[in-house]
Design a binder for this molecule. Structure first.
Ligand code: CTP
Ligand SMILES: C[C@](O)(CO)[C@H](O)COP(=O)(O)O
Length: 258
């Protein structure tokens, strides 16, 4: 008898999901405190165009995405709607704008509540990740179409990581307690992709404040899987990230000849 391991079972797409329609929810209601004072982060200019418009175009660049739900700052839905009307966006994609909430989690939930029936795959993508390449978006969708209920794009960590504990007052010195094996750690990006029913259930069930949607599904139980992320899908969080985003965009425009 052979000792060879059994071959993996063939990938079995969930019935209906292989051809399901895909919508993207873009939480864009944050202030961007870490970026510094100014208009809400999603409305800040990148290469002369609001970061949110870049993020919307990045989602709509995927031929699989037929609806984008933008979750605007709570008092800024009308302004965001005007912004969308003022920028060229693909005609084959529909757009909805809804007001967001006080946390990312609440904003995503409000976006999900606005989703019409008929979209069984949902992407959740930070407005603060304006430069994600379409290949990454498509890889996430493909993994959900192939049967995964929750998919996160990830990158390996570039730095050695330390686990610490406070050695006194907050902000004071810390004691290193461990050096986790970084080969088992990943930095998480968006868009994260979901079977819609699973994501809705996660938002109905999990009340802890979490930073991403996949961790809500993890708490619920179903397996979350990864696909390779992309360096250019980084999140604009601090001022230096904006400098990097401008440089990446300038290089793209040079390569594309405009
Ligand atoms: N109440 C909130 C908070 C955040 N977000 C969105 O969630 C994404 C990721 O959040 P992050 O980059 O952490 O944005 P902010 O919360 O705006 O940043 P900060 O923590 O620096 O204020 C952003 O697109 C942001 O607009 C949201 O829709 N609603
Ligand atoms: C989903 C997410 O982008 C994961 O990196 C999340 O928005 C991160 O938020 P954070 O507060 O910057 O960790």
């Amino acid at each position: 008898m052979s000792d060879d391991p059994l071959p993996p079972p063939p990938s079995t797409p969930a019935p209906g999901r292989a051809t399901a329609r895909t919508a993207a929810v873009i939480p864009a209601a944050g202030r961007g405190v870490r970026l510094g004072p100014g208009v809400p982060k999603a409305l800040r200019a990148l290469g002369g165009t609001p970061m949110l418009i870049h993020a919307i175009r990045a989602m709509a660049a995927s031929r699989a995405v037929s609806l984008v739900v933008v979750v605007a700052p709570p008092d800024g839905a009308a302004e965001v709607r005007t912004l969308l009307d003022a920028h060229a966006l693909p005609e084959r994609t529909d757009f909805l704008v809804v007001p967001g909430g006080g946390s990312r989690q609440e904003s995503v939930r409000l976006g999900l509540e606005a989703l019409p029936p008929g979209y069984d795959i949902v992407l959740v993508h930070d407005a603060a990740r304006p430069l994600v390449p379409v290949d990454t978006v498509d890889a996430v969708i493909e993994a959900v179409r192939d049967g995964a209920v929750a998919v996160v794009p990830v990158l390996p960590l570039a730095d050695t990581v330390k686990q610490v504990e406070s050695a006194g007052a907050p902000g004071g010195p810390e004691r290193v307690v461990a050096t986790p094996d970084r080969s088992l750690l990943r930095a998480v990006q968006t868009p994260q992709g979901f079977d819609r029913a699973t994501l809705v259930r996660a938002h109905e069930t999990v009340t802890d404040d979490v930073t991403d949607d996949a961790s809500m599904v993890e708490q619920l139980g179903p397996t979350v899987v990864t696909v390779p992320g992309h360096e250019e899908a980084f999140k604009v969080t601090r001022p230096l990230d904006l400098v990097l985003a401008e440089a990446v965009l300038a290089r793209r425009r040079l390569n594309d000849g405009f």
